[in-house]
Write a protein that binds this ligand. Structure first.
Ligand code: TXA
Ligand code: MG
Length: 364
């Protein structure tokens, strides 16, 4: 998978210090290739509790555990990891894939929220890998945003979210993937994708995994009882089923929302909703993002264009994934009151982008 450049010599002291902090029960924000994470010793309940506090995260939403090698996965599973989990990591790690496996009890129940399973990944960012190797412990780390906010994909975003709440914040530049890892539940056969991400369904199928196909995003569905997702929109569903059963526990929470209100459009926008909305908006108050071709095809009127404050257009689905959360941040910084996001096609990493956008906003 994608790699960041080699470590700079001057980064080493900070990484060593951050590893020491982690071993001593501290909380450290570090870059990964997907998004920045806020990490602590996964075996230390007090340290893990501090992550929930720093994020304002509900206590029943388990954390992803980061490791440096497949041998650590063997340890965490009592020497008995599922074949599919090992294969997934052999093929796609270090990189944006997380495997859900049964653990041997060594991970804090604060990190797992008492589940028998744990979500584990090996990040490919050179700073993350160096930190994990140096610390030589499993590191629980959710995305480093305040709960409900967009995940940080740049150092300034991570600082904005976590400064003053943690013991250290490492700088690894902008994240190369930009959306969180794909979560693959390996406790069942066939395996199930609980969250789409940088390792796509197409990649898993091509590698011979027998995964349940994700249905397209953005379709209307009934709101599940007792959940707080906005707008009754289901970003993704597995082919055969009842959502809650198939999703990562955290998916039921409101997610990824910037200050500005996010409105979603399908590519093509045949009803002209984009023009209609923008023509009614105040001048220079709206941010627009989408693929370059989708933005061109909006054919905005002069009056509609006047409402735009910033426009970000992406040349590929990968660029969209990489730039989505940082665009939200830039729009908020610029003072946008609303954002129009044009949903990309549900293919490749576009599925993950649609998933995140559909939780951040609702159809225009
Ligand atoms: O790319 C990523 O995965 C980033 C970086 C920092 O590594 N981390 C991340 O963590 O996205 P977080 O906490 O924002 O998302 C973790 C998701 C949550 O939806 C949680 O419910 C789910 O993983 N999860 C954790 N443990 C699980 C388990 N045992 N079974 C199913 N889902 C689990
Ligand atoms: Mg998150």
């Amino acid at each position: 998978m994608d790699q960041h450049g080699p470590l700079q010599r001057e980064q080493l002291p900070d990484i060593k210090e951050a590893a020491r902090l982690l071993r001593e029960g501290g909380v450290v924000v570090f870059p990964t290739e997907t998004v920045y994470g806020v990490g602590a010793d996964a075996r230390n309940s007090d340290a893990c509790r501090r992550i929930y506090e720093a994020k304002g995260r509900p206590a029943d939403n388990p954390l992803i555990v980061h490791i440096a090698s497949i041998s650590q996965l063997r340890e965490l599973t009592g020497g008995n990891p599922p074949e599919a989990a090992v294969r997934a990591l052999e093929l796609f790690a270090p990189g944006p894939i997380t495997v859900v496996v049964r653990h041997n009890g060594s991970i804090s129940p604060v990190a797992t929220t008492g589940l028998e399973t744990v979500a584990v990944r090996i990040p490919s960012h050179t700073v993350a890998l160096a930190l994990l190797e140096e610390a030589a412990i499993p590191v629980a780390a959710p995305s480093a945003n305040r709960s409900g906010r967009p995940s940080p994909t740049t150092h300034p975003m991570a600082l904005g979210a976590m400064e003053g709440r943690v013991d250290a914040i490492l700088d690894g530049g902008p994240c190369s993937v930009g959306v969180e890892s794909t979560i693959l539940d390996c406790t069942t056969t066939p395996q199930r994708i609980l969250r789409p991400g940088g390792v796509t369904l197409e990649m898993l199928l091509a590698a011979g995994f027998d995964v349940a196909a994700l249905r397209n995003s953005g379709e209307k569905r009934p709101e599940p009882a007792g959940e707080s997702m906005k707008g009754g929109e289901a970003p993704t569903e597995t082919a055969d089923s009842s959502l809650s059963e198939y999703r990562a526990p955290g998916s039921r929470y409101r997610h990824y929302t910037p200050e500005a209100v996010v409105h979603l459009l399908e590519e093509g926008d045949s009803e002209g909703r984009g023009n209609g909305f923008l023509e009614g908006a105040e001048p220079r108050t709206v941010g627009l993002l989408g693929t370059a071709s989708a933005i061109d095809s909006l054919a905005l009127s002069v009056a509609a264009k006047a409402a735009l404050l910033e426009t970000v257009s992406f040349e590929s689905l990968e660029a969209y994934a990489r730039g989505m959360f940082s665009s939200f941040y830039a729009f908020d910084q610029a003072g946008c009151r609303a954002i129009i996001a044009i949903l990309p096609p549900a293919e490749g990493v576009g599925v993950a982008v649609r998933d995140r956008l559909s939780r951040a906003g609702s159809a225009l």
